[in-house]
Design a protein around this ligand. Structure first.
Ligand code: ADP
Ligand code: MG
Length: 306
């Protein structure tokens, strides 16, 4: 029995070590959500971002034969403006952001950035132009500095600090005994969901892309933490073309346009006030979220009173 348990432990140990080694590669893929197939065209040119205008023109898409996920989507995000996409789970919201990165090719229609079809530019230039703060931030098993610099490795020390500051994680980092050299992840400091998101925001701020995609960037957080990081996100979105896929409607009230997506179609569009007035799906979602938030707050007050 002894003889058997030692090798098994050893195998477990080796396995964990290998897994640790692999984690970074795995995480990178999760981070980028990279599928296979899409290739640059032989004549692909680098994307030349000028103003940062995004256009979806009658976009149709399916992951697999038979089931159409997006059924003719058209909208525009003018330079520096912010468009929010809301709608039930499974509506196709995240798919829109994956298509903007050209992780998949369209069935028909076109997506352009500053008039250039994204299917005709190099993928590296496309992805360099867009920053994303994803739903679940995965950090590398490395230092805070590495995790933030990943946005732009050659950034200066001052730029690194400034990005952390603007993402409202600077003070937190300065107070750590090892500061930016603190290791995070499985073998390092465990960060809360809100702290991880702020690291991701700092990374994006350092990258400084013309276009920003926020995919339910705050949905993993409680309402309180969400409010705290919202200002960091607003800071990141300022003067950038921003596409926000929103979970909590309270975060997108100020969007220039809100699109309501349902089963792959835009069923309503307009400003927050206009959509409330229209009394459709958006107004209904708003009412339900208000009630849920109020219930959550009542619960918190009741707990605090205990
Ligand atoms: P949302 O972000 O609005 O919740 P998604 O864009 O993630 O929705 O997904 C839209 C639909 O596409 C869902 O029905 C989902 O199951 C399906 N889907 C998402 N990713 C894939 C995939 N890689 N392969 C097949 N179907 C997928
Ligand atoms: Mg989604």
């Amino acid at each position: 029995l002894m003889q058997l348990s030692i090798p098994l432990n050893f195998i477990g140990f080796i396995y964990r070590e290998i897994r640790q080694g692999l984690t970074d590669i795995e995480e990178m893929f999760t981070l980028l959500d990279v599928p296979e197939e899409v290739e640059d065209r032989p004549d692909a040119a680098p994307l030349a971002v000028t103003a940062g205008a995004i256009r979806f023109e009658n976009v149709r898409f399916r992951y697999e034969a038979g089931r159409e996920i997006l059924k003719g989507i058209s909208f525009e995000v003018p330079p520096g403006k912010s468009v929010a996409i809301v709608g039930p789970s499974g509506a196709g919201k995240s798919t829109l952001s994956r298509l903007l990165f050209r992780f998949y090719d369209l069935e028909s229609g076109r997506i352009t950035i500053d008039g250039q079809d994204i299917a005709r530019v190099t993928q590296s230039s496309l992805r360099a132009a867009i920053g994303i703060v994803p739903q679940d931030t995965v950090l590398f098993n490395d230092t805070l500095e590495y995790n933030i610099r990943y946005g732009r490795m050659e950034a200066s020390e001052a730029e690194l600090r400034q990005a952390a500051e603007r993402a409202q994680i600077g003070r937190f980092i300065e107070l750590l005994p090892e500061g930016f050299a603190t290791r995070v992840g499985e073998r390092g400091l465990k960060l809360s969901g809100g702290e991880k998101q702020r690291v991701a925001i700092a990374r994006t701020l350092l990258k400084g892309p013309s276009i920003l995609v926020l995919d339910e960037a705050t949905s993993a957080l409680d309402t309180h933490t969400e409010q705290e990081i919202q200002s960091a996100l607003d800071e990141a979105a300022r003067e950038r073309t921003t596409l926000t896929i929103a979970h909590r409607l309270s975060t997108i009230v100020a969007a220039d346009e809100i699109l309501v997506l349902k089963a792959g179609e835009i069923v309503e569009r307009g400003s927050h006030a206009g959509l409330l007035e229209a009394g459709g799906l958006y107004a209904e979602m708003w009412r339900m979220q208000r009630e849920a938030t109020e219930a959550e707050e009542a619960l918190r007050r009741a707990r605090a009173a205990d």
